[in-house]
Ligand binder design. Structure first.
Ligand code: UD1
Ligand code: UDP
Length: 372
């Protein structure tokens, strides 16, 4: 059995590493294909190093571009590798342009696609990620929704065969790396932060880096009632500079802005944060796993389980709402406790093992093939 992994961005590396590891533990050596959608050291290589994904077989160096440029270029390059290598299955994870390119290139060569983190829906078609998710799910032969909610989304779209609810591999990643992070990272000391004494912020989504959205984000940052740290995605930084907002961000006294951080530093920061404010999918998941209240800087989420469980509130880019919730967390201990103790809906940290077991079993039975 030879599985191939196609990935290209920070969250895909983090969430696929446990699956790669699970295959390796079962004596299977996967083919690793990195599209190069993310290419800065701190957006890619740092994770390959920390998570010990050292044997990348193909670096495709696709880089940045418009939606179609990036997806098209990745598709062409992935197809070439798949034609040469002919793996038994191609695994993709999540909803990036790399995922769509990998899924389309693969299914058209009649190589079955296994979609990790299938079935998520924000029901917001203005997001590039929503288009990618829907199309990737429909191109996939084996689907691994993390939760029952995600499975139901697939069912509503008529996808019922080879669907396995396995949990989210982010739990595996957090459990495998939390202790190491606490031991190895000196991020709190480096930035002079005290446990539970700061808010951790990330925001990078396309819809949040438009001019109007960034102006509203900056207003929130200016009004934060607590010390905060913001490891900033390169896209957000570039856009702030372009719109002349960078100076305003730099002059906020209570705010530390830094480059994106490696996983060990970021996990330690997250685990010790008083609260998290984010538009990231992975960070919404990690905060409920780590018992840290999350305020999401969006108007919808494809992780509604976190909201239902009580660990996440959608505050959008509404200054008044965001600041009000943060103040309430600071002043109302019972409210804080309820949010922090919301149960983790993403499983037990064995998703990677389940995925490897299921794919190996399907392969053994000759059922790992594109049907029809
Ligand atoms: C992509 C995903 C998003 C995911 C995110 C993870 C899509 C449509 N979006 O968004 O779902 O949440 O990755 O972080 O696939 N850039 C750099 N250095 C890099 C990478 C990017 O400077 O290493 C800058 C470039 O200016 C680039 C911009 O960031 O144009 C956006 O990068 P891109 O990969 O297109 O999308 P992300 O915002 O990273
Ligand atoms: N992350 C990181 N360093 C950072 C910001 C995020 O290691 O500076 C990790 C975070 O722990 C999570 C993942 O990156 O596991 C989330 O990636 P991102 O927010 O870029 O993408 P999304 O999850 O929104 O697709």
């Amino acid at each position: 059995m030879r599985p191939a992994f196609v990935f290209g961005t920070r969250p895909e590396i983090i969430k696929l590493a446990p699956v790669v590891r699970a295959f390796e533990e079962r004596g299977v050596e996967p083919l690793l294909i990195h599209t190069g959608q993310h290419y800065d050291y701190e957006m890619s290589r740092v994770f390959l190093e920390e998570l010990e994904l050292d044997g990348i077989d193909y670096h495709l160096e696709v880089g940045s571009g418009t939606q179609a440029e990036q997806t098209g270029k990745a598709m062409v390059k992935i197809e070439r590798v798949l034609m040469d290598e002919r793996p038994d299955v191609v695994l993709v994870q999540g909803d990036t342009n790399t995922v769509l390119a990998g899924a389309l290139a693969s299914v058209k060569l009649r190589i079955p696609v296994a979609h990790v983190e299938a079935g998520l829906r924000s029901f917001d078609r203005t997001m590039p990620e929503e288009i990618n998710r829907v199309l990737a799910d429909h191109a996939s032969e084996v689907l691994f929704p993390p939760t029952e909610d995600a499975r139901r989304n697939l069912e509503r779209e008529g996808i019922t065969e080879n669907v396995y609810v396995v949990g989210n591999t982010i739990v595996d990643a957090v459990l495998q790396n939390s202790e190491i992070a606490e031991r190895k990272s000196d991020v709190l000391e480096r930035f002079g932060l005290k446990p539970k004494g700061y808010v951790l912020i990330t925001a990078h989504r396309a819809e949040n880096t438009e001019r109007g959205s960034l102006e509203r984000l900056v207003r929130i940052l200016e009004d934060l009632p607590m010390k905060a740290i913001y490891p900033m995605h390169p896209r957000t930084r570039r856009r702030l500079e372009e719109f002349g907002l960078w100076g305003r961000v730099g002059s906020i006294e209570n705010l530390i802005v830094t480059k994106p951080l490696g996983y060990l530093d970021f996990l330690r920061l997250e685990r010790n944060a008083f609260a998290v404010m984010t538009d990231s999918g992975g960070v919404q998941e990690e905060s409920i796993i780590l018992n840290v209240p999350c305020l999401t800087l969006r108007y919808n989420t494809e992780r509604p389980e976190t909201v239902k469980a009580g660990g996440n509130v959608l505050v959008g880019l509404e200054r008044e709402r965001a600041v009000r919730y943060l103040r309430r967390l600071m002043e109302d201990g019972e409210f804080y406790r309820r949010m922090a103790e919301a149960p983790n809906p993403f499983g037990d940290g064995k998703a990677g093992e389940r995925i490897a077991e299921i794919l190996l079993r399907l392969h053994e039975r000759g059922e790992l093939r594109v049907k029809g």
